[in-house]
Design a protein around this ligand. Sequence first.
Ligand code: KG4
Ligand code: ZN
Length: 336
Amino acid sequence: MKVLGIESSCDETAASVVEDGKTILSNVVATQIPFHTKYQGVVPELASRKHIEWIQSVVEEALETAQVSLDEIDAIAATNRPGLMGSLLVGLTYGKTLAWTTGKPFIAINHMLGHCYAAHLLEDIQYPYLGLLVSGGHSIICVVKNFDDIEVLGTTIDDAAGEAFDKVAKYYGFGYPGGVVIDRLSKNGNVKAANFPVPHFHDPKHRYDVSYSGLKTAVINQIDQFWNPEYEKTPENIAASFQEAAVKTLVSRLLLAVEDTGLKTIVAGGGVAANSRLREMLAEHPDLHCIFPPLKLCGDNGAMIAGVAYQFLKRGETSPWSVGASARIEGFRRKR
Ligand code: KG4
Ligand code: ZN
């Protein structure tokens, strides 16, 4: 079964053809980064306009690269939540229209299920496991029981992990997107240059939650307080010390979840899953089986959307034509 997956929730216009939820026949990602760079962040209005301009050719390229005609596609899927509303509506409306006019089933997909599924495109992974879904908009530590059955243990109480990378990079003018630049700069910096705080909550209801606003304030407004005077305040040193604290924040909560659940397989997804220090820090735990998608599948892409859609189709589930877009996801709150 060949599924065309469309993704347009933020600043990547993406489409992919995936066979049987596993074999990636094509994966086209048209990034808008150059258009948002001068603003050091995604401009929603600009993002929607670019999606409208590009979506047709991105889908055509995905079909051409996969060497399949539209007739050979069995179903069409698109991200409908969460994300920037104007951006989501482009891919969703395009996908629905294409499905309706060609008489194919349509499936609307939760973007975060997509990030979680990305690693499954390359490896057979048994459920349950611990999921670490970290992107520009979310930081979720969860128990993944099935491709669509996720129990959220912890989330961020303020900024998402990727957002913190982006804000620090923007403040210091390191470049955009922040996560990529900070990861690169850090390689030539010293993590000991500053001892930025890693937050810990005493309230048990926040046991697995993360927070980035304190770290962000420390790096941006109170850097002298945490700086080790033996080191020069170079971009590399700032980046490395910030990244160390940002990654430790995630890993410390993840290790608590491992301890409490006994689950030793961790599957990461989302843009921040590309972070080299995160990968390194988790690799220091040989008792854990940590699975990271390849870099190309960490960020937003259509393959992860087509993959999840196949799983729904296998169960005979499709979406009604009335399905809408939603900027937020209600299902990904903690159960209390
Ligand atoms: O999943 P994604 O492409 O889009 C969203 O769903 O948000 O994630 C984008 C986020 C951005 O905040 C970006 O700075 C961050 O992922 N990111 C990284 C790295 N590459 C991208 N953060 C840390 N280290 C990286 N290597
Ligand atoms: Zn994403």
